[in-house]
Design a protein around this ligand. Structure first.
Ligand SMILES: Cc1cc2nc3c(=O)[nH]c(=O)nc-3n(C[C@H](O)[C@H](O)[C@H](O)COP(=O)(O)OP(=O)(O)OC[C@H]3O[C@@H](n4cnc5c(N)ncnc54)[C@H](O)[C@@H]3O)c2cc1C
Length: 375
């Protein structure tokens, strides 16, 4: 379908994170002349939140990039606003600022919301990682905090940062000459199991060497700032401090299909099931993997499918999860990767060599290249 004014297909992309920016840059490559692209995002900066785990330890901020030049490089227009609702039948969106925008194709890439699940834990918040963990780390440095439990909740979350934080905290205590009892509980049967056996074994070994006790296949209830009970087994743990990941929930956008947690159901090309003309990519989708690299691969599949819809390419590929992760250790990082097909991980790797080019915390085909060239 084409818009009447320009004869071009109007693509509106909602979001200013990995998935949205990757979709805009991919479309610029795949269908530059037959589409117009508009990005609707409230954030002036794209922050690489995955890098925030280093902030409390290295006192180095995560990279921040202004969104406007990235959108400009994608040949797209930027509207600084937020989506309020979608009118699928009318093919238009309404923003919280009251603007109405018509589209031929809509791409929803507005991420998830982090919901703290424990009243008595320090919840990891990538927007303020260093301040949130500062007091705990001061206690670790001083030797007054002698035990920390790191807790992964049962629902959807990004698991990697908690393993990194536990490892970095244990290492910091050891460097200060203090003994720290560091425990990590996770519902995963093995650490980072989505990346397959070799990567999981590598992470397990690393944590063991770092002095982190792993309690897998378990869910913790945090009873107080100093006490948790771990199921199964009803093991009670008394600690000086509890650090937890938030659970992720969908943004719950009115007018589009969503599951009970507010995530949007998509097919393997990123088409929203039950909403013609609407795609979704990234953490907002109901796919279980919440990962920046995978979000970008979803965005690439969406861009290819749109390019095929407008006749630019013939054979769009469904999303294929090639997971790549970088484990921050405080020294040289370690890399893990795997190809996930039908829920099973193949070609699992754990290595000192980068598994993506350019090397980075988030591997995104077009966005990573763009940011490297723009630097
Ligand atoms: C501490 C931490 C460490 C991580 N480590 C890794 C890692 O090592 N590797 C990896 O690949 N991934 C990692 N992740 C996960 C990764 O950051 C996410 O999976 C990824 O950011 C998801 O991308 P997204 O574009 O779907 O969503 P987001 O990056 O969350 O972007 C969503 C965008 O939508 C915008 N938005 C929200 N609401 C609206 C609205 N109503 N209207 C318009 N725009 C809206 C937001 O402003 C934002 O720009 C980590 C995450 C954290 C927090």
């Amino acid at each position: 379908m084409e818009s009447q004014g320009t004869g071009k297909h109007r693509v509106v992309i909602v979001g200013g994170g990995v998935a949205a920016l990757e979709a805009a840059l991919a479309l610029q490559q795949l269908a530059p002349d037959s589409t117009t692209r508009t990005v609707v995002a409230p954030n002036a900066e794209y922050v690489v939140y995955a890098q925030t785990v280093r902030e409390p330890f290295a006192h180095a901020d995560a990279d921040h990039y202004p969104v406007a030049p990235i959108v400009e490089a994608a040949g797209a227009s930027l509207i600084v606003d937020a989506l309020d609702r979608v009118d699928v039948d009318g093919k238009r969106i309404v923003t919280t600022g009251g603007q109405e925008l018509e589209y031929d194709t809509l791409v929803l890439a507005l991420g998830s919301k982090a919901a703290p699940c424990y009243d008595h834990a320090l919840t990891v918040d990538p927007r303020s990682m260093a301040p949130a963990l500062q007091r705990m780390l001061e206690g670790v440095d001083a030797g007054t905090i002698r035990s920390v439990a790191f807790v992964t909740p049962a629902g959807p979350t990004w698991p990697l940062p908690l393993y990194e934080l536990a490892y970095l905290t244990a290492r910091r205590a050891s460097a200060a000459g203090h003994k720290l009892l560091t425990t990590l509980t996770t519902p995963e049967d093995r650490p980072m199991m989505r990346f397959g056996m070799i990567a999981s074994n590598g992470v397990t070994r690393l944590l063991h060497e770092g002095g982190v006790e792993l309690i897998t296949s378990s869910v913790a209830e945090v009873l107080s700032p100093h006490e948790l009970v771990i199921t199964p087994g009803e093991r009670r743990l008394r600690v000086d401090c509890v650090v937890a990941l938030p659970e992720l929930v969908g943004p719950g956008i009115s007018g589009v299909p969503q599951d009970e947690h507010g995530f949007i159901p998509v097919d393997e090309y990123g088409r929203v099931i039950g909403a013609p003309g609407v795609f979704a990519a990234g953490d907002v989708t109901a796919r279980p993997i919440k990962h920046g690299g995978f979000s970008s691969q979803q965005a690439d599949a969406v861009a290819e499918t749109i390019a095929a819809d407008v006749g630019e390419i013939l054979d769009p590929q469904p999303v294929e999860a090639l997971l790549r992760g970088m484990f921050i250790t405080g020294e040289a990082p370690l890399y893990l990767s795997a190809r996930v097909v039908g829920g099973h991980a193949y070609d699992s790797v754990f290595t000192t060599e980068p598994t993506a080019t350019p090397e980075g915390k988030i591997a995104a085909r077009y966005l990573s290249q763009h940011l490297e060239q723009a630097a």
